[in-house]
Design a protein around this ligand. Structure first.
Ligand code: ADP
Ligand code: BMX
Ligand code: ZN
Length: 291
């Protein structure tokens, strides 16, 4: 059984073939088009999967956005260039003629990371710090998706009532401050226009403002993790996404979490599957559902 796994993020699209033993091959990436028009995303997905689809038995999609009955509904359309709605499962079925399923990207990654754990853990939470801030919750061994797909959208909890307005319509969400886009949006002076990746490079070179922006993101994440511990009593939190996995970031989050009262402390680790957690989680879920 070979899965064509697709990961749709706010910055990049990834696809790969995943075998039943979770071996990932022929991984490829494209930039996510920033367009309100669904046809533009459809064309990008078509180009991405074209070299892979003939070898696949089914399709599994991990995507940013609320995934409800196979459709992507953006909670923060700004992360997708204003795109609010996209028929994911229908589009991939039309493009490939294969059985297709879709799940939120952070929910998928949570499932893969839970699967990778060798110790007795029943409750864990995955957090991606990437274009946005996403989350997936495994409670008593079960992945929570919610009746409408919203479960785990931790990036849209409150970090600062006086903070920036979030693309979801609320003010001061964790995502508006701590995500890659949030970090970049707060840049001032000579750093205006830099993306988060560039800001990490500048911080590593000792640029003070860049260091402050990254430190603030890590502090907001640590408070979110304390809230998550209070809500779920999870035994472990796993971090992913290109910001979450960036050099030095997890150590900063750990430092701020250690400053919270000890009841909020929780084991914190980097994603075992690194940037492939979404792809593998979708493949695992599809191999259960579609085979
Ligand atoms: P997606 O959101 O599409 O899943 P990523 O997980 O790569 O994609 O997250 C994209 C965000 O991460 C962007 O804000 C980008 O600037 C930032 N980023 C990408 N690479 C790095 C890096 N090496 N270090 C820090 N930030 C990075
Ligand atoms: C946003 C939201 C979540 C997603 C999270 C991380 C949209 C389009 N996405 O909060 O569904 O899980 O971003 O997404 O509303 P990523 O693109 O940063 O991986
Ligand atoms: Zn929000």
């Amino acid at each position: 059984m070979t899965t064509l796994a697709i990961d749709i993020g706010g910055t990049k699209l990834a696809a790969a073939l995943v075998d039943s033993d979770l071996h990932v091959r022929d991984r490829c990436e494209l930039s996510t088009p920033a367009s309100k028009t669904p046809d533009v995303l459809r064309a990008a997905l078509q180009a991405l999967i074209e070299p892979l689809q003939a070898q696949a038995d089914h399709v599994a999609i991990a995507s940013t956005g609320i995934i409800r009955e196979g459709t992507l509904l953006a909670i923060n359309p700004l992360n997708l260039g204003g795109l609010m709605h996209f028929p994911l499962v229908q589009t991939l079925k039309e493009l490939t003629g294969l059985p297709t399923m879709a799940v939120n990207d952070a929910q998928a990654a949570a499932w893969a990371e839970y699967h990778a754990m060798t110790d007795e853990i029943s409750d864990m939470v995955f957090i991606t710090v990437s274009t946005g801030v996403g989350g997936g919750v495994v409670s008593n061994g079960k992945l929570l998706t919610g009746p409408g797909g919203l479960a785990g959208h931790l990036g849209h909890t409150l970090a600062d009532p006086n903070g920036p307005v979030c693309g979801c319509g609320r003010t001061g969400c964790v995502e508006a401050i701590a995500s890659g886009r949030g970090i970049a949006a707060a840049a001032q002076g000579e750093l205006v226009g830099c993306d988060a990746k560039t800001l990490f490079t500048r911080a590593a070179q000792g640029h003070e403002q860049a260091m402050r922006l990254i430190t603030h993101s890590a502090q907001v994440l640590a408070r979110l993790i304390a809230d998550v511990k209070a809500t779920t009593d999870c035994q472990r939190v796993v971090m992913g996404g290109s910001v979450g996995l960036a050099e030095g970031y997890l150590a900063l989050v750990r430092m701020f979490l250690a400053q919270e009262p000890s009841v909020y402390h929780v084991q914190l680790s980097a994603a075992h599957y690194r940037h492939d957690a979404g792809l593998l989680g979708a493949a695992l879920l599809a191999q259960g559902e579609l085979s």
